[in-house]
Design a protein around this ligand. Structure first.
Ligand code: AHR
Length: 480
Protein backbone atom coordinates (compact mmCIF):
# COMPACT_ATOMS: atom_id res chain seq x y z
CA UNK A 1 0.00 0.00 0.00
CA UNK A 2 1.31 3.46 -0.86
CA UNK A 3 1.16 6.12 1.79
CA UNK A 4 1.56 9.89 1.85
CA UNK A 5 2.05 11.38 5.32
CA UNK A 6 1.52 15.09 5.63
CA UNK A 7 2.83 17.27 8.44
CA UNK A 8 2.85 21.02 9.03
CA UNK A 9 6.25 22.56 9.60
CA UNK A 10 6.90 25.62 11.79
CA UNK A 11 8.08 28.51 9.58
CA UNK A 12 7.14 26.60 6.46
CA UNK A 13 8.39 28.27 3.28
CA UNK A 14 5.99 29.65 0.69
CA UNK A 15 5.89 28.14 -2.78
CA UNK A 16 6.74 31.12 -4.96
CA UNK A 17 4.15 31.43 -7.72
CA UNK A 18 7.01 32.09 -10.18
CA UNK A 19 7.86 28.38 -10.02
CA UNK A 20 4.97 28.06 -12.47
CA UNK A 21 6.68 30.46 -14.90
CA UNK A 22 7.30 30.32 -18.64
CA UNK A 23 9.87 30.94 -21.32
CA UNK A 24 9.35 32.03 -24.91
CA UNK A 25 12.25 32.49 -27.29
CA UNK A 26 12.60 33.69 -30.85
CA UNK A 27 12.85 30.07 -31.91
CA UNK A 28 10.79 28.26 -34.53
CA UNK A 29 7.10 29.03 -34.16
CA UNK A 30 7.16 30.00 -30.52
CA UNK A 31 6.92 33.79 -30.95
CA UNK A 32 6.02 34.06 -34.64
CA UNK A 33 2.80 32.14 -35.45
CA UNK A 34 2.54 30.74 -31.93
CA UNK A 35 2.09 34.04 -30.14
CA UNK A 36 2.47 36.84 -32.65
CA UNK A 37 0.69 36.78 -36.00
CA UNK A 38 0.75 40.50 -36.83
CA UNK A 39 -2.12 42.97 -36.86
CA UNK A 40 -3.23 42.10 -40.39
CA UNK A 41 -3.62 38.39 -39.73
CA UNK A 42 -7.07 36.79 -40.17
CA UNK A 43 -6.34 34.99 -36.89
CA UNK A 44 -8.08 36.97 -34.11
CA UNK A 45 -5.49 39.13 -32.38
CA UNK A 46 -4.89 42.20 -30.26
CA UNK A 47 -2.02 44.28 -31.64
CA UNK A 48 -0.85 41.20 -33.52
CA UNK A 49 -0.91 38.92 -30.46
CA UNK A 50 -3.15 35.83 -30.76
CA UNK A 51 -6.28 36.17 -28.65
CA UNK A 52 -6.71 32.40 -28.19
CA UNK A 53 -3.19 31.97 -26.81
CA UNK A 54 -3.55 35.00 -24.52
CA UNK A 55 -6.80 33.59 -23.14
CA UNK A 56 -5.24 30.17 -22.53
CA UNK A 57 -2.29 31.73 -20.70
CA UNK A 58 -4.57 34.01 -18.66
CA UNK A 59 -6.58 31.00 -17.53
CA UNK A 60 -3.38 29.50 -16.12
CA UNK A 61 -2.53 32.77 -14.35
CA UNK A 62 1.02 32.43 -15.61
CA UNK A 63 3.11 34.55 -13.25
CA UNK A 64 6.21 35.37 -15.28
CA UNK A 65 7.49 35.08 -18.85
CA UNK A 66 11.15 35.00 -19.85
CA UNK A 67 12.18 36.49 -23.23
CA UNK A 68 13.84 36.81 -25.84
CA UNK A 69 16.02 33.72 -25.21
CA UNK A 70 17.74 31.36 -24.63
CA UNK A 71 20.59 31.34 -27.08
CA UNK A 72 18.80 34.03 -29.07
CA UNK A 73 19.24 36.48 -26.18
CA UNK A 74 23.00 36.56 -26.72
CA UNK A 75 22.67 37.68 -30.31
CA UNK A 76 19.70 40.00 -29.81
CA UNK A 77 20.19 43.73 -30.12
CA UNK A 78 17.10 45.33 -28.67
CA UNK A 79 17.18 48.49 -30.77
CA UNK A 80 16.64 46.28 -33.85
CA UNK A 81 13.17 45.57 -32.46
CA UNK A 82 11.79 49.01 -31.58
CA UNK A 83 10.45 51.87 -33.70
CA UNK A 84 9.03 52.01 -37.19
CA UNK A 85 11.95 50.53 -39.04
CA UNK A 86 12.96 47.07 -37.81
CA UNK A 87 16.26 45.51 -38.75
CA UNK A 88 16.23 42.09 -40.42
CA UNK A 89 18.81 39.63 -39.16
CA UNK A 90 19.62 35.94 -39.42
CA UNK A 91 18.62 33.80 -36.47
CA UNK A 92 21.83 31.81 -36.55
CA UNK A 93 20.96 29.62 -33.60
CA UNK A 94 17.58 28.47 -34.77
CA UNK A 95 17.20 27.34 -38.35
CA UNK A 96 19.11 30.20 -39.97
CA UNK A 97 15.81 31.92 -40.81
CA UNK A 98 15.43 35.66 -41.23
CA UNK A 99 14.18 37.36 -38.09
CA UNK A 100 12.37 40.55 -39.05
CA UNK A 101 12.18 41.85 -35.49
CA UNK A 102 8.49 42.71 -35.84
CA UNK A 103 8.06 41.34 -32.33
CA UNK A 104 10.26 43.46 -30.08
CA UNK A 105 10.33 45.14 -26.70
CA UNK A 106 6.95 46.90 -26.92
CA UNK A 107 5.20 43.84 -28.30
CA UNK A 108 6.64 41.74 -25.47
CA UNK A 109 5.48 44.24 -22.87
CA UNK A 110 2.03 44.27 -24.45
CA UNK A 111 1.96 40.45 -24.35
CA UNK A 112 2.79 40.46 -20.63
CA UNK A 113 0.15 43.12 -20.00
CA UNK A 114 -2.52 41.12 -21.85
CA UNK A 115 -1.59 37.89 -20.09
CA UNK A 116 -1.21 39.61 -16.72
CA UNK A 117 2.28 38.28 -15.98
CA UNK A 118 5.61 39.81 -15.02
CA UNK A 119 8.24 40.24 -17.74
CA UNK A 120 11.66 38.65 -17.30
CA UNK A 121 14.04 40.19 -19.83
CA UNK A 122 17.25 38.35 -20.67
CA UNK A 123 19.98 40.75 -21.78
CA UNK A 124 22.76 40.08 -24.28
CA UNK A 125 26.20 39.50 -22.79
CA UNK A 126 27.70 37.14 -25.38
CA UNK A 127 27.67 39.60 -28.30
CA UNK A 128 26.31 42.75 -26.67
CA UNK A 129 27.88 45.63 -24.78
CA UNK A 130 27.47 46.97 -21.29
CA UNK A 131 26.13 50.22 -22.75
CA UNK A 132 23.52 48.43 -24.85
CA UNK A 133 22.23 46.55 -21.84
CA UNK A 134 22.33 49.62 -19.59
CA UNK A 135 20.31 51.60 -22.12
CA UNK A 136 17.75 48.82 -22.39
CA UNK A 137 17.23 49.01 -18.63
CA UNK A 138 16.96 52.80 -18.89
CA UNK A 139 14.59 52.56 -21.87
CA UNK A 140 12.26 50.22 -20.02
CA UNK A 141 12.46 51.59 -16.51
CA UNK A 142 13.46 55.27 -16.36
CA UNK A 143 10.96 58.06 -15.91
CA UNK A 144 13.47 60.85 -16.67
CA UNK A 145 13.56 62.77 -19.92
CA UNK A 146 16.82 61.39 -21.28
CA UNK A 147 17.16 60.83 -24.99
CA UNK A 148 16.81 57.08 -24.46
CA UNK A 149 13.54 57.56 -22.60
CA UNK A 150 12.32 60.00 -25.27
CA UNK A 151 12.88 57.21 -27.77
CA UNK A 152 10.41 55.13 -25.76
CA UNK A 153 7.91 57.98 -25.71
CA UNK A 154 8.26 58.33 -29.47
CA UNK A 155 7.55 54.60 -29.74
CA UNK A 156 4.26 55.03 -27.94
CA UNK A 157 4.94 54.32 -24.26
CA UNK A 158 4.87 57.35 -21.98
CA UNK A 159 5.06 55.34 -18.73
CA UNK A 160 8.05 53.21 -17.76
CA UNK A 161 7.50 49.46 -17.73
CA UNK A 162 9.38 48.86 -14.46
CA UNK A 163 10.84 45.51 -15.44
CA UNK A 164 12.21 43.84 -12.33
CA UNK A 165 13.74 40.57 -13.57
CA UNK A 166 16.96 40.96 -15.62
CA UNK A 167 18.94 37.99 -16.84
CA UNK A 168 22.56 38.88 -17.53
CA UNK A 169 23.51 36.52 -20.34
CA UNK A 170 22.31 33.02 -21.12
CA UNK A 171 24.31 29.79 -21.01
CA UNK A 172 27.54 31.77 -21.10
CA UNK A 173 29.35 28.46 -20.58
CA UNK A 174 28.14 27.50 -24.09
CA UNK A 175 26.21 29.41 -26.76
CA UNK A 176 26.50 32.64 -24.76
CA UNK A 177 30.26 32.96 -25.28
CA UNK A 178 31.91 29.67 -24.27
CA UNK A 179 33.26 31.34 -21.15
CA UNK A 180 35.01 29.78 -18.21
CA UNK A 181 33.21 30.41 -14.90
CA UNK A 182 36.14 32.52 -13.65
CA UNK A 183 35.87 34.77 -16.70
CA UNK A 184 32.06 34.96 -16.70
CA UNK A 185 32.06 35.81 -12.99
CA UNK A 186 34.06 38.97 -13.78
CA UNK A 187 32.01 39.83 -16.87
CA UNK A 188 28.86 39.34 -14.81
CA UNK A 189 30.15 41.68 -12.10
CA UNK A 190 30.89 44.30 -14.71
CA UNK A 191 27.55 44.07 -16.55
CA UNK A 192 25.41 44.02 -13.41
CA UNK A 193 27.09 47.20 -12.16
CA UNK A 194 25.38 49.11 -14.94
CA UNK A 195 21.95 47.58 -14.45
CA UNK A 196 20.68 50.63 -12.61
CA UNK A 197 17.67 50.94 -10.40
CA UNK A 198 15.23 53.65 -11.47
CA UNK A 199 12.71 54.92 -8.93
CA UNK A 200 11.36 52.35 -6.53
CA UNK A 201 11.88 49.39 -8.84
CA UNK A 202 14.76 47.43 -7.30
CA UNK A 203 16.11 45.11 -9.97
CA UNK A 204 16.52 41.39 -9.54
CA UNK A 205 19.90 40.69 -11.16
CA UNK A 206 20.07 37.14 -12.44
CA UNK A 207 23.42 35.50 -13.11
CA UNK A 208 23.88 32.66 -15.57
CA UNK A 209 24.22 29.46 -13.62
CA UNK A 210 25.32 25.92 -14.38
CA UNK A 211 24.44 23.42 -17.03
CA UNK A 212 23.00 20.44 -15.16
CA UNK A 213 25.57 18.94 -12.84
CA UNK A 214 28.39 21.44 -13.41
CA UNK A 215 28.82 22.06 -9.68
CA UNK A 216 32.14 23.82 -10.29
CA UNK A 217 30.29 26.60 -12.14
CA UNK A 218 28.10 27.21 -9.10
CA UNK A 219 31.07 27.07 -6.74
CA UNK A 220 33.04 29.64 -8.74
CA UNK A 221 30.07 31.96 -9.24
CA UNK A 222 29.15 31.90 -5.57
CA UNK A 223 32.75 32.39 -4.50
CA UNK A 224 33.39 35.32 -6.83
CA UNK A 225 30.10 37.04 -7.47
CA UNK A 226 27.55 36.15 -4.76
CA UNK A 227 27.21 39.69 -3.33
CA UNK A 228 26.36 41.00 -6.79
CA UNK A 229 23.51 38.66 -7.66
CA UNK A 230 19.91 38.14 -6.59
CA UNK A 231 19.52 34.85 -8.42
CA UNK A 232 21.54 32.14 -10.12
CA UNK A 233 20.01 30.05 -12.88
CA UNK A 234 20.07 26.30 -13.55
CA UNK A 235 19.26 24.65 -16.88
CA UNK A 236 18.37 20.99 -17.13
CA UNK A 237 16.59 19.14 -19.93
CA UNK A 238 15.14 15.64 -19.84
CA UNK A 239 16.47 13.78 -22.87
CA UNK A 240 15.27 10.14 -22.99
CA UNK A 241 18.24 8.72 -24.92
CA UNK A 242 21.28 10.80 -25.98
CA UNK A 243 21.76 14.33 -27.34
CA UNK A 244 22.59 12.82 -30.75
CA UNK A 245 19.47 10.64 -30.82
CA UNK A 246 17.04 11.91 -28.29
CA UNK A 247 14.06 9.69 -29.05
CA UNK A 248 10.61 10.32 -30.50
CA UNK A 249 8.03 12.39 -28.63
CA UNK A 250 5.24 9.89 -29.29
CA UNK A 251 6.81 6.55 -30.21
CA UNK A 252 8.55 4.93 -27.28
CA UNK A 253 8.25 1.74 -25.27
CA UNK A 254 7.53 1.33 -21.59
CA UNK A 255 11.21 1.04 -20.65
CA UNK A 256 11.99 4.34 -22.31
CA UNK A 257 8.95 5.88 -20.64
CA UNK A 258 10.35 4.90 -17.23
CA UNK A 259 13.87 5.95 -18.22
CA UNK A 260 12.54 9.40 -19.16
CA UNK A 261 10.89 9.76 -15.78
CA UNK A 262 14.05 8.60 -14.04
CA UNK A 263 15.97 11.31 -15.87
CA UNK A 264 13.36 13.91 -14.96
CA UNK A 265 13.59 12.86 -11.29
CA UNK A 266 17.30 13.65 -11.40
CA UNK A 267 16.26 17.29 -10.99
CA UNK A 268 15.92 16.54 -7.27
CA UNK A 269 19.60 15.62 -6.90
CA UNK A 270 20.70 18.55 -9.04
CA UNK A 271 18.82 21.10 -6.98
CA UNK A 272 20.03 19.54 -3.74
CA UNK A 273 23.64 19.63 -5.02
CA UNK A 274 23.57 23.24 -6.18
CA UNK A 275 21.62 24.33 -3.10
CA UNK A 276 24.25 22.78 -0.81
CA UNK A 277 26.93 24.92 -2.49
CA UNK A 278 24.77 28.05 -2.35
CA UNK A 279 24.04 27.40 1.33
CA UNK A 280 27.75 27.52 2.14
CA UNK A 281 28.19 30.99 0.64
CA UNK A 282 24.71 32.31 1.36
CA UNK A 283 23.43 30.62 4.54
CA UNK A 284 20.59 33.15 4.90
CA UNK A 285 19.21 32.07 1.54
CA UNK A 286 19.16 35.57 0.02
CA UNK A 287 20.06 34.37 -3.47
CA UNK A 288 17.39 32.54 -5.42
CA UNK A 289 17.91 29.52 -7.60
CA UNK A 290 15.93 30.00 -10.83
CA UNK A 291 15.51 26.87 -12.95
CA UNK A 292 14.78 29.07 -15.93
CA UNK A 293 14.95 26.30 -18.55
CA UNK A 294 13.58 22.81 -17.95
CA UNK A 295 11.49 20.26 -19.81
CA UNK A 296 11.61 17.34 -22.24
CA UNK A 297 13.74 17.54 -25.35
CA UNK A 298 12.90 14.96 -28.04
CA UNK A 299 13.67 14.55 -31.74
CA UNK A 300 11.68 17.02 -33.83
CA UNK A 301 8.49 15.84 -35.54
CA UNK A 302 9.09 14.39 -38.99
CA UNK A 303 8.98 16.95 -41.79
CA UNK A 304 9.57 19.93 -39.52
CA UNK A 305 12.63 22.22 -39.53
CA UNK A 306 15.21 20.59 -37.21
CA UNK A 307 16.13 24.07 -35.96
CA UNK A 308 12.57 24.76 -34.80
CA UNK A 309 12.44 22.12 -32.05
CA UNK A 310 8.78 21.28 -32.63
CA UNK A 311 7.63 18.17 -30.75
CA UNK A 312 4.37 16.55 -29.63
CA UNK A 313 3.45 16.27 -26.00
CA UNK A 314 2.02 13.17 -24.33
CA UNK A 315 1.02 11.79 -20.94
CA UNK A 316 4.75 11.12 -20.49
CA UNK A 317 5.35 14.88 -20.65
CA UNK A 318 2.56 15.40 -18.14
CA UNK A 319 4.27 12.94 -15.76
CA UNK A 320 7.60 14.77 -16.23
CA UNK A 321 5.90 18.09 -15.44
CA UNK A 322 4.13 16.69 -12.37
CA UNK A 323 7.27 15.03 -10.98
CA UNK A 324 9.29 18.20 -11.65
CA UNK A 325 6.76 20.47 -9.96
CA UNK A 326 6.66 18.19 -6.93
CA UNK A 327 10.46 18.54 -6.76
CA UNK A 328 10.35 22.33 -7.17
CA UNK A 329 7.67 22.65 -4.49
CA UNK A 330 9.71 20.60 -2.03
CA UNK A 331 12.78 22.77 -2.74
CA UNK A 332 10.88 26.06 -2.64
CA UNK A 333 13.09 27.40 0.12
CA UNK A 334 15.76 28.06 -2.56
CA UNK A 335 13.95 27.52 -5.89
CA UNK A 336 11.92 30.67 -6.36
CA UNK A 337 11.36 30.66 -10.10
CA UNK A 338 11.24 28.10 -12.89
CA UNK A 339 10.45 28.54 -16.57
CA UNK A 340 9.37 25.67 -18.74
CA UNK A 341 10.97 25.50 -22.19
CA UNK A 342 8.93 26.63 -23.98
CA UNK A 343 5.43 28.11 -23.91
CA UNK A 344 4.20 27.51 -27.50
CA UNK A 345 5.30 25.13 -30.29
CA UNK A 346 8.82 24.52 -28.97
CA UNK A 347 10.10 21.61 -26.84
CA UNK A 348 7.74 20.78 -23.92
CA UNK A 349 5.14 23.29 -25.06
CA UNK A 350 1.91 23.83 -23.21
CA UNK A 351 0.22 25.06 -26.40
CA UNK A 352 0.57 23.91 -30.01
CA UNK A 353 -0.77 25.91 -32.95
CA UNK A 354 -1.44 25.14 -36.60
CA UNK A 355 -2.71 28.11 -38.59
CA UNK A 356 -5.70 29.40 -36.69
CA UNK A 357 -6.04 26.17 -34.70
CA UNK A 358 -4.69 25.78 -31.20
CA UNK A 359 -4.53 22.87 -28.78
CA UNK A 360 -3.67 22.52 -25.12
CA UNK A 361 -1.16 19.78 -24.38
CA UNK A 362 -1.21 17.41 -21.38
CA UNK A 363 1.52 19.62 -19.87
CA UNK A 364 -0.88 22.58 -20.00
CA UNK A 365 -3.34 20.61 -17.90
CA UNK A 366 -0.69 19.83 -15.30
CA UNK A 367 0.05 23.55 -14.95
CA UNK A 368 -3.66 24.10 -14.48
CA UNK A 369 -4.00 21.34 -11.88
CA UNK A 370 -1.01 22.57 -9.87
CA UNK A 371 -2.26 26.18 -9.67
CA UNK A 372 -3.44 25.90 -6.02
CA UNK A 373 0.23 25.55 -4.96
CA UNK A 374 1.04 29.08 -6.10
CA UNK A 375 1.85 31.24 -3.05
CA UNK A 376 0.75 28.45 -0.69
CA UNK A 377 2.66 27.26 2.37
CA UNK A 378 4.62 24.08 1.79
CA UNK A 379 3.57 21.05 3.82
CA UNK A 380 5.99 18.23 4.52
CA UNK A 381 4.97 15.22 2.53
CA UNK A 382 6.63 11.83 3.09
CA UNK A 383 5.88 9.21 0.43
CA UNK A 384 6.13 5.46 1.03
CA UNK A 385 5.79 3.55 -2.23
CA UNK A 386 7.34 0.89 -4.43
CA UNK A 387 10.67 1.56 -6.03
CA UNK A 388 10.80 0.79 -9.76
CA UNK A 389 13.94 -0.17 -11.63
CA UNK A 390 16.78 2.29 -11.29
CA UNK A 391 15.37 3.71 -8.07
CA UNK A 392 12.43 5.52 -9.67
CA UNK A 393 9.69 6.11 -7.09
CA UNK A 394 6.33 4.75 -8.25
CA UNK A 395 4.61 7.72 -6.63
CA UNK A 396 5.74 11.32 -6.33
CA UNK A 397 3.83 13.94 -4.37
CA UNK A 398 3.88 17.40 -2.84
CA UNK A 399 1.45 19.27 -0.62
CA UNK A 400 0.66 22.81 0.40
CA UNK A 401 -1.90 24.85 2.31
CA UNK A 402 -3.58 28.11 1.46
CA UNK A 403 -6.70 29.76 2.89
CA UNK A 404 -7.55 26.66 4.92
CA UNK A 405 -7.36 24.35 1.89
CA UNK A 406 -4.78 21.55 1.77
CA UNK A 407 -3.75 20.62 -1.77
CA UNK A 408 -1.96 17.36 -2.57
CA UNK A 409 -0.60 16.68 -6.05
CA UNK A 410 0.42 13.18 -7.03
CA UNK A 411 2.15 11.58 -10.00
CA UNK A 412 1.39 7.86 -10.19
CA UNK A 413 4.02 6.62 -12.62
CA UNK A 414 3.12 2.97 -13.10
CA UNK A 415 0.06 0.73 -12.61
CA UNK A 416 -3.28 1.68 -11.07
CA UNK A 417 -2.81 1.92 -7.32
CA UNK A 418 -4.42 2.57 -3.97
CA UNK A 419 -2.93 5.01 -1.54
CA UNK A 420 -3.70 6.54 1.79
CA UNK A 421 -3.10 10.11 2.79
CA UNK A 422 -2.50 10.69 6.49
CA UNK A 423 -2.09 13.80 8.61
CA UNK A 424 -5.08 15.85 7.53
CA UNK A 425 -8.65 16.14 8.70
CA UNK A 426 -11.14 17.21 6.11
CA UNK A 427 -14.88 17.44 5.71
CA UNK A 428 -14.89 17.72 1.95
CA UNK A 429 -12.64 17.38 -1.06
CA UNK A 430 -12.46 18.13 -4.76
CA UNK A 431 -10.20 16.17 -7.08
CA UNK A 432 -9.12 16.01 -10.70
CA UNK A 433 -7.09 13.42 -12.54
CA UNK A 434 -5.29 13.29 -15.88
CA UNK A 435 -4.41 9.83 -17.18
CA UNK A 436 -3.93 7.67 -20.23
CA UNK A 437 -1.43 5.51 -22.01
CA UNK A 438 2.02 7.11 -21.81
CA UNK A 439 1.86 7.90 -25.56
CA UNK A 440 -1.61 9.50 -25.43
CA UNK A 441 -1.71 13.04 -26.76
CA UNK A 442 -3.96 15.69 -28.25
CA UNK A 443 -4.11 16.44 -31.96
CA UNK A 444 -5.73 19.26 -33.89
CA UNK A 445 -8.50 16.85 -34.89
CA UNK A 446 -8.88 15.46 -31.37
CA UNK A 447 -7.79 18.31 -29.10
CA UNK A 448 -9.60 16.85 -26.07
CA UNK A 449 -8.27 13.29 -26.23
CA UNK A 450 -6.28 13.94 -23.04
CA UNK A 451 -7.99 16.22 -20.55
CA UNK A 452 -8.43 16.04 -16.80
CA UNK A 453 -11.63 14.63 -15.35
CA UNK A 454 -13.16 14.59 -11.91
CA UNK A 455 -11.49 12.27 -9.41
CA UNK A 456 -14.25 10.58 -7.47
CA UNK A 457 -12.38 7.58 -6.05
CA UNK A 458 -11.50 9.40 -2.81
CA UNK A 459 -12.87 8.34 0.58
CA UNK A 460 -12.39 10.65 3.53
CA UNK A 461 -11.20 8.86 6.69
CA UNK A 462 -10.48 9.89 10.28
CA UNK A 463 -6.80 10.44 9.53
CA UNK A 464 -7.07 11.69 5.95
CA UNK A 465 -8.20 9.85 2.85
CA UNK A 466 -8.04 6.68 0.81
CA UNK A 467 -7.60 7.12 -2.90
CA UNK A 468 -7.58 4.96 -5.99
CA UNK A 469 -5.58 6.24 -8.91
CA UNK A 470 -5.56 5.01 -12.50
CA UNK A 471 -2.32 3.94 -14.16
CA UNK A 472 -0.01 6.73 -15.44
CA UNK A 473 -1.93 9.49 -13.79
CA UNK A 474 -1.47 12.95 -12.36
CA UNK A 475 -3.94 13.92 -9.65
CA UNK A 476 -4.74 16.97 -7.59
CA UNK A 477 -6.91 16.75 -4.49
CA UNK A 478 -7.93 19.73 -2.41
CA UNK A 479 -9.18 19.09 1.13
CA UNK A 480 -11.19 21.47 3.26
O1 AHR B 1 15.32 26.14 -25.12
C1 AHR B 1 16.15 25.92 -26.21
C2 AHR B 1 17.60 26.27 -25.92
O2 AHR B 1 18.12 25.43 -24.95
C3 AHR B 1 17.86 27.64 -25.37
O3 AHR B 1 17.92 28.61 -26.35
C4 AHR B 1 19.19 27.48 -24.71
O4 AHR B 1 19.34 28.35 -23.63
C5 AHR B 1 19.21 26.03 -24.30
O5 AHR B 1 20.37 25.40 -24.68
Amino acid sequence: MNRISITRRANAPTINRNIYGHFSEHLGHCIYEGIFVGKDSPIPNIDGIRTDVVEALRRLEIPVLRWPGGCFADEYHWRDGVGEKRRRMVNTNWGGVVEDNSFGTHEFMQLCRLVGCQPYVNANVGSGTVREMAEWVEYLNSDGDSDTVKERWANGSREPFNVKFWGIGNENWGGGGNMRPEYYADVYRQFQTFCRTYGENRLHRIACGPNGDDYNWTEVMMQRAAPFMDALTLHYYTVPKTWEEKGSATEFDYDLYLETLRKASYMDKLIAGHTAIMDRYDPEGRIDLFVDEWGCWFDVEEGTNPGFLYQQNTIRDAMVAAITFNIFNRHCQRVRMANIAQTVNVLQAIILTEGERMLLTPTYHVFDMYRPHMDAKLLDCAVECAELEGGLAAVSASASEKDGVVTVTIANVDEACKLTIGGITAKEFTGRVLSGEPQAHNTFDKPDAVIPCELTSVKLTAEGAEIELPAHSVAVISFK
